[in-house]
Design a protein around this ligand. Sequence first.
Ligand SMILES: Nc1ncnc2c1ncn2[C@@H]1O[C@H](COP(=O)(O)OP(=O)(O)O)[C@@H](O)[C@H]1O
Ligand SMILES: [Mg+2]
Length: 254
Amino acid sequence: MPTWTQRCLVLRPPSHFSFFALAAVSSYAILTRFDETRSMNTKRGRLVVLEGIDGAGTTTHVARLADRLRKQRVPVHATREPSDGPVGTLARQVLTGRIVVPGGRAPGWVTMALLFAADRMDHVESEIEPFLAEGGVVVSDRYDASSLAYQSISSGAESKEAVEWIRALNRYVLRPDLTIVLDVAPDVASERRALRGEMAQLYEQNEVQRALAAFYKDLSKHVPGDRVVVVDASDSIEIVHEHIWTVYERAFSS
Ligand SMILES: Nc1ncnc2c1ncn2[C@@H]1O[C@H](COP(=O)(O)OP(=O)(O)O)[C@@H](O)[C@H]1O
Ligand SMILES: [Mg+2]
């Protein structure tokens, strides 16, 4: 019968061996994992924005695009403006008439432009940037083009200066990698809104929508340097989705 010390001596060589083997395998695993994480973090994601008048289909198509990307195992975050953050929630309450100024009307275009710009900075800092840093694709239902369009049009006669000022206000927000404008006749959009059956929000009067449609067709003029593609959104949801997918693939296939 071997003594306890003799047993340990017999066991020691293989246990040393296993210890080193285990250490080598785990360091390799840790290093490889670290490398993968690092390469994932160095690949920056992209910000894709869908814009258009009310009823053009931005909400529908943000969801469709995000679903298709998810099916391809692309990490995707679908979001919207006004955002679901604290400032965005306030902006939504103005749009639905829950917040008014004394006298019962909605705050004017200057207040709205400031509110939307504050929400956008908060949205970028707290939601968009962190996701892009992880290499994901952020698809946003509206972004700063909505501020340029909606607030400049509601400024009336001062619309040219308003565009300049709103651009300056949004000077520090991240530029999108692609903006897709869903172009649809205001009458068609109005029918779609009626079918949606929700209460009309601020800006949903027909003459405002007509002015917005014209502004959106010319959007690239107001955001020089951005990649803006106008897509015909008058067809069925399926066909419009295919147009959007083609534009997305073309923009990022290189
Ligand atoms: N291409 C389309 N053809 C027909 N109906 C559509 C189309 N795109 C959206 N819709 C419908 O129109 C309504 C408004 O779409 P929505 O995505 O909410 O528009 P938006 O977000 O631009 O206001 C919804 O009921 C939606 O199902
Ligand atoms: Mg919508």
